[in-house]
Design a protein around this ligand. Structure first.
Ligand code: HEM
Length: 137
């Protein structure tokens, strides 16, 4: 039977993976390389970005996505969702799967504990927060 809901064990796997990767600058460098290369619409959006600051903000946001997966409190993601909506950054909902794929790819390269099972757990953990951001476009 296909799995439907997120398992507590999957959240634990993801939290441990986050601990291993979050402090590694090369994880964020790889992520943004892959994400920007994934669609021609993306690089111009980051033309003026200071990536050192961006890495720090993304680290924080990934932590929020994990917390959101455990309890869907919209207040957690409110600020980030507004920042990405059509009136600000304007991140098109259909580009979020590229974000997820680049993230899992970067994790595969930089998390020594990566397994296909962990990649699947990351996708499930990111899904609720991504759905919220897409809906707030
Ligand atoms: C769950 C998915 C995502 C997360 C967690 C995330 C996270 C963040 C965070 C934390 C910031 C910094 C906000 C600030 O300035 O205070 C940011 C900025 C930004 N994001 Fe995202 N993002 C996501 C998806 C996307 C997608 C899909 C796109 C584009 C297609 C995108 C494009 C941008 C751009 C252009 C900025 C502004 C960069 C700058 O200030 O120079 N993001 N994102």
């Amino acid at each position: 039977m296909p799995q439907t809901s997120l398992q507590p064990k999957q959240v634990e796997l993801v939290e441990a993976s986050y601990q291993r990767c979050a402090e590694r600058p090369e994880f964020y460098t790889t992520f943004y390389e892959l994400f920007l290369a994934s669609d021609p619409r993306i690089p111009p959006m980051f033309a003026g970005t200071k990536f050192e600051r961006q890495h720090r903000l993304l680290r924080h946001a990934l932590g929020l996505l994990i917390i959101y997966a455990k309890r869907e409190n919209p207040a957690l993601l409110e600020r980030i969702a507004v920042r990405h909506n059509r009136h600000d950054v304007g991140a098109p909902p259909e580009l979020y799967p590229k974000f997820i794929d680049a993230m899992v790819d970067a994790l595969e390269r930089h998390d020594p504990g990566f397994t296909p099972e962990l990649g699947d757990a990351w996708r499930r953990v990111m899904a609720p927060g991504v759905a919220y951001m897409q809906a707030r476009y």
